[in-house]
Design a protein around this ligand. Structure first.
Ligand SMILES: [Zn+2]
Length: 299
């Protein structure tokens, strides 16, 4: 009986050993097989002429890196002159660079105040120089985000810049257009809306006249986008020989009188960040869509 039990045990152990051995054999064979199947082997095919054509696995085609698109206003140089400053400069400077022989109200013997104090909100009491800089800084941020180069005549209130200085900054930078940001005032409180001012007859030369005609087209186009964004009344484009800043500009230059600080509704709007942003957006929309403004690189 005891021998029988031992025999059965030995047979059972032998069976287990055989099964284990078989399993180890199977597993090791499979691993070898898998490794072998994974090795890339060039496939060979008989070509019609009897030769052997070997196709070598090729690298996937590398895609050309897509170039970053140019920002929409890249290449434009925009001058922004926030009107006035904290302290006016009562000194005088010649209103225009040309002499009295030109058939113009302005010439180099007509002296005008270097920087006037500007107007003031009749209801908000905000001085014009604060509102013009607030609008200008929003416009600068917007235009720079769109890729334009922005030339500011001032970014603080504490400056001493005459109107000739302001024109020269933008002339020397070769601005495609200079925007002179101002606010209006009138005796009659009901008067409201936006208007643009451009140069007048000037020195009477053909070049000066052509520059004025170009500014007129620019300003008319600008006002359309301005009123579309702000809902302001469009008072149109006006010409004058009285503005020193325009007369000394050798680049296209537009005064934008953004609204009347003597009108209660417009005074409140002009002092609000939301409306200031609408002004900046309207001007930016104009530059994005202008058909008149020649871009610097096309000239
Ligand atoms: Zn002004």
């Amino acid at each position: 009986m005891r021998y029988k039990i031992m025999t059965i045990t030995v047979v059972a152990l032998l069976c287990v050993a055989v099964i284990l051995g078989f399993m180890i054999f199977i597993v090791s064979t499979n691993q070898g097989g898998i490794a072998g199947n994974n090795t890339p082997v060039p496939t060979s095919e008989a070509t019609p002429d009897g030769g052997i054509e070997t196709s070598v696995p090729t690298e996937p085609p590398t895609e050309e890196p897509t170039p970053t698109p140019e920002p929409p206003l890249a290449g434009m140089i925009i001058g922004i002159d926030p009107g006035h400053q904290k302290k006016m400069n009562g000194g005088k400077e010649p209103c225009a660079p040309w002499g009295p022989e030109a058939n113009s109200k302005a010439n180099n013997t007509v002296m005008k105040t270097k920087t006037s104090s500007g107007t003031q909100g009749k209801f908000t009491n905000q001085p014009e120089y604060i509102v013009t800089l607030d609008i200008s800084l929003k416009l600068k941020a917007k235009l720079e985000a769109l890729g334009a180069t922005v030339v500011m005549t001032r970014e603080t209130h504490d400056v001493d810049l005459s109107n000739i200085d302001r024109a020269n900054i933008c002339n020397e930078a070769g601005c495609d257009v200079t925007l002179r940001i101002h606010c209006n005032g009138a005796d009659k409180e009901s008067v409201n809306g936006v208007e643009a001012w451009i140069r007048g007859v000037g020195d009477g030369t053909k070049e000066y006249k052509e520059l004025g005609e170009y500014e007129k087209q620019l300003a008319e186009e600008l006002l359309r986008y301005y009123v579309n964004s702000t809902g302001a009344v469009n008072r149109g484009v006006k010409t004058s020989d009285d503005y020193t800043g325009l007369n000394w500009s050798t680049v296209p230059s537009i005064i934008i009188e953004c609204g009347f600080m003597s009108n209660e509704e417009e005074d409140n709007k002009l002092a609000s960040a939301e409306y200031q942003q609408q002004i900046a957006d309207g001007i930016a929309n104009w530059l994005l869509n202008t058909k008149v403004l020649k871009q610097a690189e096309q000239e």
